[in-house]
Design a protein around this ligand. Structure first.
Ligand SMILES: [Fe+2]
Length: 381
């Protein structure tokens, strides 16, 4: 099946992409078997430019897809459908060409039926079927096409609502993470840097896009449970006493409890809960070891440690990038998963530099100005 997908669909999660592929397969079957057409084309209006942008096509050559990519509807059959909001069928383009032309030249097309795609009273674009031989579509057949176009409109509207809801949701969570960091100047920007470092590491490890997105979210929220830890402990410049330390250690479990009712993917909740486990065991809260620890949590652990080490804290100055890398190597197989550390150290230097903040690339001059005041492992963020 030859079909063209829009860029946003390529970025969608596999489940969404699969659903879209199923819808396209249905359109393909419907246009061939029910309407006897050889091509099926979906264009959507670009509200900014007034152009029709090709979103999906079945059966058309790559060259014609290219020509039909972005077209202006004015003066064409498509304009007629958009203005009237009703389907139009042309039995033989050779006989009825004047005034009913397509905005892209396709001499193979001999008959076509076009229906508006609408959602909530608004016309979003056009769905077209083409026949390469003259054909008279019955009123009933054109009605079927209009019904399918209506379903396409509904699916598009649902997808749009899903995307905007998801964006609002992510914005709210980012605001929550930022509010947490705002309490403490030393951790400002930490969550976003950890999320970006973790994602860069996941990319080196070859994790698929959906998993990278869940990792980004988990890393962004990994310390959200610190919202339950008092400021006097979080901002304390000296060492913590055992009771204070216990309170800090509760944050992964508190974080997981915050996320669970919001129906986050189980992988995200688990990554937040286990981001302080140790590869060789003995971490918290559950003392898991090795591959018992979820992979996303193992990645966050490395990214978190690296960014914490290369940032200033009230109780110590920042380590240089070289020192932080040395510490990661020292912790390999003990605190950290060796495969994750190895991937982390292969993140391209320009990407590390671009992520910035505490996480500077090795050799970056300003890193050399900082001298670590005391050992890092006495206190983990
Ligand atoms: Fe943490």
């Amino acid at each position: 099946m030859a079909y063209k997908e829009a860029d946003d669909a390529r970025r969608a999660e596999p489940r969404e992409a699969r659903k879209k592929a199923e819808q396209m397969a249905f359109l393909y079957d419907f246009s061939r078997t029910v309407l006897g057409a050889q091509w099926c084309v979906l264009h959507l209006l670009d509200e900014e430019t007034g152009e029709l942008a090709l979103k999906a096509s079945l059966g058309m050559s790559a060259a014609l897809q290219e020509r039909a990519g972005r077209v202006r509807p004015e003066g064409s059959l498509l304009d007629e459908v958009l203005r009237r909001g009703a389907p139009v069928a042309v039995e033989d383009t050779a006989a009825a060409w004047s005034g009913l032309r397509l905005p892209y030249y396709a001499p193979e097309v001999r008959a076509m039926a076009v229906a508006p795609v609408r959602a909530g009273g608004k016309i979003l674009g056009t769905l077209k079927v083409y026949s390469l031989v003259p054909r008279r579509w019955s009123e009933e057949e054109v009605g079927y096409l209009a019904t399918v176009a209506g379903q396409v409109g509904l699916a598009l509207e649902n997808a749009r609502l899903y995307v905007s809801l998801r964006q609002y949701y992510l914005s709210a969570l980012q605001a929550l993470a930022a509010a947490l960091e705002a309490k403490d100047a030393y951790t400002r920007g930490h969550s976003v840097r950890v999320a970006r470092l973790a994602q860069a590491c996941a990319s080196v490890l070859g994790l698929e896009a959906g998993e990278q997105e869940r990792l980004y979210l988990a890393a962004l929220l990994h310390d959200i449970g610190k919202i339950g830890v008092s400021d006097s402990i979080l901002l304390k410049p000296g060492r913590l006493d055992p009771a204070e330390w216990e309170e800090v250690k509760s944050h992964p479990v508190v974080g997981a409890r915050i996320l669970e009712p919001a129906r986050f993917p189980a992988e995200v909740v688990a990554a937040v809960r286990h981001h302080h486990e140790n590869w060789s065991g003995g971490g918290y809260p559950d003392g898991l070891a090795g591959e018992e620890i979820p992979l996303l949590a193992r990645i966050i652990s490395v990214a978190d440690a690296y960014d914490a080490m290369t940032s200033n804290r009230p109780y110590r100055r920042a380590h240089t990038a070289e020192e932080a890398i040395e510490e990661l190597r020292r912790g390999t197989g003990r605190q950290f998963d060796p495969r994750v550390v190895e991937a982390f150290l292969r993140i391209p230097a320009p990407e590390m530099e671009e992520i910035g903040g505490g996480g500077r690339c090795p050799g970056f001059p300003s890193c050399r100005d900082f001298v670590p005041s005391y050992e890092f492992w006495g206190r983990r963020e």
